[in-house]
Ligand binder design. Structure first.
Ligand SMILES: C[S@@+](CC[C@H](N)C(=O)[O-])C[C@H]1O[C@@H](n2cnc3c(N)ncnc32)[C@H](O)[C@@H]1O
Length: 387
């Protein structure tokens, strides 16, 4: 993690700086807002053994890392302090993911469109099935969802080597992803050998909500295809079918597929049973529209907010909100503002953002959160709490 260590020093001259726009002071550390190449992010200044450590603020880190290193180097110059240590000049060697194939969730929230029928693979692991389907079906766009980054890196390399162009990879929880897809756009959803989570069933991918979302995104006759070697998972998934009586389904035992994943091969060698459950969509679903309003229209009383922000996390049925910290901001023109660090959204994928609160000019620092239904609901609650 890039950082610099400087001799203890006074605040930099924000008023005359073209690189830094405000300093925000908290109980334990300071945040300095950096502006480089039209991007904004925060540096953290914290006392360390009588000196000042300047590092990146985790919640606002962005790429390229070189930009953030530049900010640290510029900060050093503007501090006019003695540099005691830096690691900001060494080159950053981490492999850059192949950007053609891997997409951020922001891309799916804001820019994704396709003319092709979509197939989705949940938890593709070694990617054997994903690569096979992509090669056999060049007219389909295959979206692969995986939360294990080493598996993603391995598959990205294969996609490049085999010059496969009809796959998009997303590092995101499958239980939360489908809401980014249009209704009736998907031909097949594969859930092959999901983690059974026998001790934590609430973490399972298959649930009533997930099947409902599959039926929405699937086109008529499109299929959700579960394959599992776990008797428990099979029993559990069969019980979910009770809620989907109107939807045709097929259950098969020990069916051979055209391709065998590494994971499946292991169970086959041990002669374990494998079950398939296939559920078909039967009707056109309506498009889901929600208002994407993350604005702050009220004028806020900063002192009141500081005194009244809830100290404990607020937990509703679908989301949480946790105000973690706040900082007094000194702006260039001498106005006061407040920077509030808040973690909110779904339990499985909460986001951490800063709220920049200045009279009549409040906003999410670094832009709005990803547009999801729970984020929007949490935002409405945040507005109430700020009042
Ligand atoms: C047992 S492996 C099976 C991999 C592959 N489908 C196969 O058949 O070989 C399960 C995979 O699902 C991934 N996974 C688990 N929960 C997930 C979730 N909520 N969203 C996306 N992927 C998930 C895991 O990281 C793991 O790679």
């Amino acid at each position: 993690m890039p950082h610099i260590l400087l001799k203890q020093h006074n605040d930099i001259d924000i008023k005359n700086s073209s690189n830094f726009s405000f300093i925000a002071k908290g109980k334990y550390d300071q945040k300095i807002c950096a502006n480089f190449e039209n991007k904004e992010f925060l540096l953290t200044k914290v006392e360390k053994n009588g000196n000042d450590l300047i590092k990146l603020d985790n919640a606002t880190r962005l790429t390229p890392v070189s930009l953030m290193k530049t900010a640290l180097n510029e900060y050093e110059k503007e501090s006019k302090s003695e540099l005691l240590f830096t690691n900001t000049n060494s080159s950053y060697n981490k492999m850059k993911p192949e950007e053609t194939y891997i997409k951020t969730i922001d891309y799916f929230a804001n820019d994704f469109t396709t003319d092709k029928e979509i197939w989705v693979e949940v938890g593709f692991g070694s990617g054997v099935h994903l690569l096979h389907q992509a090669m056999q079906n060049p007219d389909k766009l295959i979206i692969g969802l995986e939360i294990h980054y080493p598996s993603i890196e391995q598959v990205l390399k294969q996609l490049k080597i085999q010059n496969i162009t009809n796959v998009l990879i997303v590092n995101y929880d499958a239980r939360l992803f489908l809401e980014f897809l249009d209704s009736n756009a998907v031909g097949r959803v594969f859930v092959h050998f999901p983690v059974p989570w026998d001790k934590k069933p609430h973490r399972r991918v298959m649930s009533i909500g997930f099947i409902e979302e599959c039926m929405r995104v699937l086109k008529v006759t499109g299929t959700l295809e579960l394959r599992t070697d776990s008797p428990n998972y099979f029993e559990y998934s069969s019980s979910l079918l009770e809620h989907f009586k109107a939807y045709p389904h097929k259950i098969l035992k020990n069916k051979d597929l055209d391709v065998t994943s590494k994971y499946e091969a292991r169970w086959k060698r041990q002669e374990k049973d494998i079950w398939d459950i296939t559920i078909s969509a039967i009707e056109e679903s309506e498009q889901v529209e929600f208002l994407t309003d993350f604005s702050f229209s009220d004028i806020y009383d900063i002192e009141k907010i500081k005194n009244n922000l809830p100290k404990k996390a607020i937990v509703s049925k679908e989301y949480l909100i946790n105000f973690e910290d706040w900082y007094d901001v000194k702006t260039k023109d001498g106005n006061s503002a407040l920077l509030v660090k808040v973690t909110f959204g779904s339990f499985n994928r909460p986001v951490t953002k800063y709220l920049y609160i200045e009279n009549g000019n409040s906003r999410y620092f670094q832009g709005e959160p990803i547009t999801t239904r729970v984020n929007l609901e949490a935002h409405q609650n945040i507005l109430e709490l700020l009042k």
